[in-house]
Design a protein around this ligand. Structure first.
Ligand SMILES: O=C(O)c1ccc(O)c(O)c1
Ligand SMILES: [Mg+2]
Length: 596
């Protein structure tokens, strides 16, 4: 089906919005009146710009408080409508959206509303325009889609139909099954928006918190299925009022938007992109650094050994157990200080994974950096982290490891087994996009989002994982874009004995994050730990959590650039990340930073 996006859904000037929508691959747009009023372009110029960009103008919106008003007011409304229809003819837009009246003195009289809409449709028809009537969830008398349809049915005019908006339908808790009772040709337009489930005033919820399909809590696939069954053949159009998206850059937001529609179409059987290839493990984490000594020092203290060097690039491989860290001192390193720049994901089908990623609009990176390198499929995540799809368990596939030549080294220590999880801090405006990206492009499952208090604001954190937990990525956003912590990233390393691993790290000269004594007083109150255990944990800064399935013990190294390490011991089937301890950890990290 054709895809469209309302200009309110993205930031920028009208021209910027149009360009972003076209580049992201949308077929059409809904022009929101304010965007037109504020544009220096004439309607004819806007029309030409859209044509150049290959965009149709699928909807002009909104017209408000038209129906069920006093007679003189309705005559004034018709006059206003005539102006707008002339404007729409200049734009080349043939469908107008009319929101149900919110006017306090609108009458509770469906027959009057139908009569007014019929007269409006008569006028519209003279201009070759169709009127799509939408029930706002906070409409004065008409606030549900079935009520809007009853009014439209009563008006019985060929130029009058309904506009269905998933937000208004699902926010009101209406059963979308009834959509199938509306004849498809009377559904003139479909607007799609998701939203996080929140108990709040519905108008505020709608105007500030809508998000793209798959980013909230509504069942949009279910709703769309009913709309398609009804026989609707018009565009799937996103209408998302969101404070964050408005402020974000238009181009990436439009791509995020379009990806959300592709995923929704897949979920409803309307599109079949290449299926997800779920990664089966973490092949490596790659750090870039302009300053290799502190990175080598922390890896050495953790018991990693530098085992190999890339044949053509300034990249070292450090290993311990199945944990592998690449340290890249090449040109990229000079841009951003020490950072976690790439993740190697083991994939049963790297090419399939890349095809999926490309179909879902992920930027695909060059396969081969140098002629002799093994070809590696890679894409860029929304935060710029490069994701490499590395062959796993199929010897005929090229292997990234073959690009590395062993160097003489001592045996690594043995306490660390593998990477437990990787934690990536997202730019503040890309949190929802990141979760949808990792879920849809990589086929990972997203856990609930949790709020974590930081002394200087609130973090949000959400993990995406594969089924057996061998790939876990924790996505978070910090409170203040310029705060150091808001850009921190970390590599969590799994050990079966965090006490021994922490002691060894300290003995080798590593610095562990210090945790206040108050925390251990609280632990003593919460759990039946022995004095000896508490003393050991306090000494090493080990944090503790427990759930029904098991326990979680973890501690943190000092930070190098943007990056720190976590040592993690999971006992039993504990599946979380110690969220209850995160506020204490964040406060301790703030306290341990040098004063600026
Ligand atoms: O919030 C509003 O006023 C508004 C306007 C037009 C729409 O299509 C809508 O869903 C909401
Ligand atoms: Mg709407």
């Amino acid at each position: 089906m054709r895809t469209s996006i309302a200009t309110v859904s993205i930031g920028g000037s009208l021209t910027e919005k149009l360009t972003a929508a076209a580049r992201a691959g949308f077929d059409g747009i809904e022009i929101f009146e304010n965007d037109l009023l504020a544009s220096p372009l004439s309607p004819e110029e806007i029309r030409a710009r859209c044509a150049d960009l290959g965009l149709s103008i699928d909807l002009y919106q909104p017209m408000r408080d038209i129906e069920a008003v006093q007679a003189e007011e309705f005559e004034r409304n018709l006059r206003r409508a005539r102006h707008k229809f002339q404007l729409m003819n200049r734009l080349g837009a043939d469908t107008v959206l009319v929101c149900s009246s919110v006017c306090p003195h609108a009458e509770d009289d469906d027959a009057l509303a139908a009569w007014h809409l019929r007269r409006l449709a008569d006028l519209a028809q003279e201009f070759g325009i169709r009127v799509a009537y939408e029930a706002l969830a906070w409409g004065r008398h008409v606030s549900t889609y079935d009520h809007a349809w009853r009014v439209v049915e009563a008006a019985d005019h060929p130029a009058l139909g309904v506009c269905l908006d998933s937000f208004h339908i699902l926010a009101r808790g209406s059963d979308p099954k009834g959509i199938e009772d509306i004849p498809g040709e009377k559904i003139f337009f479909l607007q799609l928006a998701d939203a996080p489930l929140m108990a709040m005033d519905v108008l505020q919820w709608s105007r500030h918190y809508r998000c793209f399909p798959g980013q909230g809590g509504f069942d949009l696939a279910g709703l769309l299925t009913h709309v398609v069954r009804a026989g609707y053949t018009g565009p799937l159009s996103l209408e998302v009022f969101n404070d964050v998206f408005r402020q974000a850059e238009a181009a990436p937001t439009a791509v995020d938007a379009r990806r959300s529609l592709l995923v929704l179409q897949e979920a409803t059987g309307l599109a079949a992109p290449p299926p997800p290839v779920v990664p089966t493990g973490v092949a490596f984490a790659e750090l870039v650094t302009p300053d290799v000594d502190p990175v080598s020092a922390v890896l050495g203290a953790l018991g990693f050994a530098r085992t190999a060097r890339h044949r053509t690039k300034p990249v070292d491989l450090w290993e311990q157990g199945a944990a592998r860290v690449l340290v890249n001192t090449g040109p990229a390193a000079r841009r951003d200080g020490t950072a976690l720049a790439a993740i190697g994901l083991e994939s049963p089908d790297p090419e399939g994974a890349a095809r999926r990623a490309e179909a879902l609009l992920a930027p695909v990176l060059p396969r081969r950096r140098a002629p002799q390198d093994a070809p590696l499929e890679a894409v860029s995540a929304p935060d710029g982290t490069e994701l490499f799809f590395c062959a796993a368990g199929r010897s005929r596939l090229p292997d990234w490891r073959e690009d590395f030549e062993d160097v003489p080294h001592e045996a690594p220590a043995s306490g660390i087994d593998r990477v437990d999880h990787l934690a990536l801090t997202q730019p503040w405006h890309q949190f929802d996009e990141a979760a949808l990206f990792h879920r849809s492009v990589l086929g990972l499952a997203a856990q609930e989002s949790v709020d974590v208090a930081d002394p200087y604001g609130l973090h949000r954190s959400r993990a995406v994982t594969n089924a057996d937990g061998s790939v876990r990525i924790a996505l978070s956003i910090g409170p203040a874009p310029n705060d150091d912590g808001a850009r921190a990233q970390h590599i969590a390393l799994a050990t079966e004995d965090v006490v021994t691993a922490a002691r060894r790290f300290r003995q080798a000269g590593g610095r562990l994050l210090e945790v206040p004594a108050n925390y251990y007083d609280d632990l003593a109150a919460q759990y039946d730990l022995t004095d000896g255990e508490l003393e050991t944990y306090r000494d090493l800064g080990i944090l503790y959590d427990r759930d029904a399935d098991g326990a979680f013990l973890h501690c943190y190294t000092h930070t190098v650039g943007r990056v720190f390490f976590e040592l993690v011991q999971r006992d039993g089937g504990y599946r979380g990340y110690g969220a209850r301890n995160a506020p204490v950890r964040l406060a301790a990290q703030h306290a341990s930073r040098p004063v600026r």
